[in-house]
Ligand binder design. Sequence first.
Ligand code: CA
Length: 617
Amino acid sequence: MKKILSLLVLVFICNVSFSQKKQAPLFQHVEPAFWWVGMKNKEIQILFHNKNSNVSQYDVSINYPGVTLKETKKVENPHYLFITLFVSAEAQAGNIPFTFKLGKKSYTYNYELKNKSKDTNRIQGFNSSDVMYLIMPDRFANGNPKNDSIPGMFEGMHREKPYGRHGGDLKGISDHIDYLKDFGVTALWLNPVLENNVKRASYHGYAITDLYKVDARLGTNEEYVSLINKCHQNGLKVIQDMVMNHIGTTYWLNEDLPEKSWIHQFPTYTTSNYRGQAVSDPYRSQSDLDRMSNGWFDTMMADVDQTNPLFATYLIQNSLWWIEYAGIDGIRMDTYPYPDKDFMAQWAKTILDEYPTFNLVGEVWINSVANTAYWQKDMVNKDGYKSYLPSVTDFPLYFALPQSLNEEGGWDSGMARIYNLLGQDFLYPDANSNLIFLDNHDLTRFYLSIGRDVKKLKMALTFLLTTRGVPQLYYGTELLMDGDGGNHSEIRKDFPGGWSGDAINSFSKEGRTPEQNEVYDFMKKLLNWRKDQTVIHSGKLIHYIPEDNVYVYFRTNALKSVMVIINGNKSDKLLKMDRFKENLRNFTKAKDILGTGEHSIDQLMVPAQTALILELN
Ligand code: CA
């Protein structure tokens, strides 16, 4: 009998522990998973979700010094509860015990408050002293073959498929920090690294399915943080690519929407008209604007309604979370004119209020200075729209550049295109904050746009790295990659040598052709020279009307002057210098920083299709 009793007790104990193990967690999602004390913004909205449980039935209370429960919000879908806390300045880091009560049942959930970083140098922002290098993480280097395919995720590695995942990852970038540092860039912009668990073409990263998680095929959140720390130790900043316009359709939140209205719904699939101009157009029809803002970007990208206050807060907090958690320096915001514009203003303002040294650049893909300037911080817009976005992508300059090099010079062609375009800079509140580029992950490789002409490429790079703005380069430019943007796989090719077993390793000199090395060396020299040239970062820009298709400009400050001469002709040109007297001041010698020699200041023979950078002494 004793034996039977003890056996029964044992079975009972086993059962209890078994059932505890088996018991489903009260929540599948708690977001943000943790927060910080010491934030300027004292409120935090926490989302609690379980798709198998009516979470909204619970009565919630907390008991934690310095923290008060400000609001509990239920939505249409009972699987959610949104709780807003007020975290006073007196609150200490620790675990806030949340009590969830339903009838006689009571559960505790410990929510962690960490200390906000006190390192004031941690978040550096970016500016015109930087040169950004854009990397598509799936296509740069495969540092960890173990994460190439993850069980349970839709797409595994298929390197042979142009639109498949190729296995590149954060470890691959981390392994090549020395290459990037030596090359002379100062900031990395990575295409989105967050989870993209969609059925196809997930490699590019723009269909995010979890805003709080790095894609497991690229690495872990912890690996992302260590990559950023390593970058910082090596003098490189990190810009995170974010998307607020849409989420991947397989995002858990989209599959169990808090309210149907969180996503713009249509009876049949409806795309955006992609006409960013409609947002600022004084004559636009409401239907055009609605279609622009509410239409979907792609079938796998559900269009977010940012006018929903709960969703808006969720998105803004997510950006704050990544800044504090990972210590990123800036955000590149995708499709900036597509979301609700007041939301975008609120997003930018909240981030910069919390982190004044941070910086933001918005993708405004419109070929017009006026339509681009509309989105820049401090722009006084006639419709009253107040933007807080410091940096805008300079697409008008991008469009003008290949034309300026491919055409014969004329009144408004050739070099005059650049001159005419920059002359419109009075429209920008701060043109020197514009992100300037020859190409990116969406665009035809610049080298192809100029007919695979190394001379033209060098001229363009010289211009890009000496004019106003924040230059951005795209990986592979140094290797003369030449894909056509009509086919995305052509412009997102693997960096040779990033995969073990690659026949060619272009990370080393021996793995590059003589022509690639010529361009690599040229860029390296220019980039490293630029690093400490405050005259290029912030000096005054003065340019001259191009004569005979030769464009001349100066960057100048109290300490120094740099003269740049771009000869767009297929013949050498003798340049008489008297026209530039006001900027030549009393200088007598000009040091050619790309060549070797010194030039006299009286007159100068400028070789055909060549750009010269002259330091004046
Ligand atoms: Ca991998």
